[in-house]
Write a protein that binds this ligand. Sequence first.
Ligand code: ATR
Length: 274
Amino acid sequence: MTDHYAVVGNPVAHSRSPQIHAAFARQTGQDIDYVRIFSPRDEFAATVRKFRDEGGKGLNVTLPFKLEAFRLCEPADSALDAEAANTLTFADNRLRGDNTDGVGLVRDIQKNLRCTIAGRRVLIMGAGGATRGVMGSLLHERPALLVVANRTLDKATGLVAHFEKFKALATHGISALPYAQLPGYRFDIVINATSAGLNDEMPALPAGVFADGALAYDMVYGKRTPFLTFAAEQGAAIFDGFGMLVEQAAESFLIWRGVRPDTAPVIAKLRIED
Ligand code: ATR
């Protein structure tokens, strides 16, 4: 019997998740279907209930509903850290919520891009949901230092306070800084978790913060953002967030189906079809 899954968002038409999960299902021989569901902004809970009542097994949740999904679910640790859920699982009359974004980012950086996070100086730009979703996972890899830079400093300070309990995981701790205080620092990994690239903008990142051989990662995918262009000019190796998208999907697939798909061929194939 075919099991039903979907991604819920608003908007959702652009989502690549159905293609990704179809590729995973073919590869692993799992009998599932996976569709997009558009939910009106004020009807997310009703959309989730309807899907469950029709026998659906699990949902991915994308913008703007990850916080609401968190409030509806029984959160696993990953969702508690992020205070957001992107993966909902219906089982035994319960609604479990996970957040696979952090694992997705870490696996893309470490497994696909072969860049170790342990002992590295990491800068993450932005202090919204995208950053909160991945900070716990980044810290669990034990970087030397994690700096959160944001235009609105209060938000970065709040995020650092939220992750205070993991502070000792980073050898030199976590800190919040405005962009203007970054000159003088050098980072091995610079992650853009702001939404600036979507508007062809970039944060006010000063020149000279990339260490030799640095990796620059933009969570936005499918376009060369101004940040990636700048980072390339500064000598960094640049990557967009498509690998993270596929890796977070693989983690959801693992939670739902108990099988981890091989992501490399899926990333390669779907990138070409982009
Ligand atoms: P998300 O959930 O995707 O993280 P968000 O909560 O709206 O979205 O957060 C967007 C982030 O991008 C914020 O950190 C925002 O900075 P502010 O908190 O100062 O608003 C950041 N951002 C968006 N456009 C930016 C720009 N042009 N320059 C710098 N930061 C930007």
